[in-house]
Design a protein around this ligand. Structure first.
Ligand code: AMP
Length: 114
């Protein structure tokens, strides 16, 4: 199967501004940021969306959440607050079919989201 865009970034085949990586995941700055700090955290495993994650992915999902917290701290967002979002499916506006978490911060974020 053809690699997803985010697999290609994780494998270094497409350049990105990487802020964190480990054997399970990679985080890089979003190419079209919607906040002063906007990082995408993706597992190296090409799970299409959160809906496609299974029980076998429980440890990976836990690792991703803890890593999101670590990255937020690295970006200096822990004190002021930040948001972690996984757009899932068409109605939520997911455009890249590879599970990813947006880490957003650096400004006040509205609620509810649009
Ligand atoms: P989503 O709409 O939730 O699927 O998010 C996909 C995100 O990927 C969008 O915020 C895009 O701006 C971002 N994006 C698309 N291509 C790239 C790229 N080559 N490098 C970094 N971010 C990208």
């Amino acid at each position: 199967m053809e690699k997803t865009l985010f697999e290609k970034i994780a494998d270094g085949e497409i350049p990105a501004d990487i802020v964190y990586q480990d054997p399970q995941c990679v985080a890089f700055r979003d190419i079209s940021p919607v906040a002063p700090q906007h990082v995408l955290l993706v597992p190296r495993k090409p799970i299409p969306s959160l809906s496609d994650a299974g029980a076998e992915d429980a440890a990976l999902l836990g690792h991703l959440m803890l890593t999101a917290s670590l990255i937020a701290e690295q970006l200096g967002l822990s004190g002021q607050g930040y948001r972690v979002v996984a757009n899932t499916g068409v109605a939520a506006g997911q455009t890249v079919p590879h599970l990813h978490f947006h880490i957003l911060g650096g400004r006040t974020l509205e609620w509810p989201p649009g």
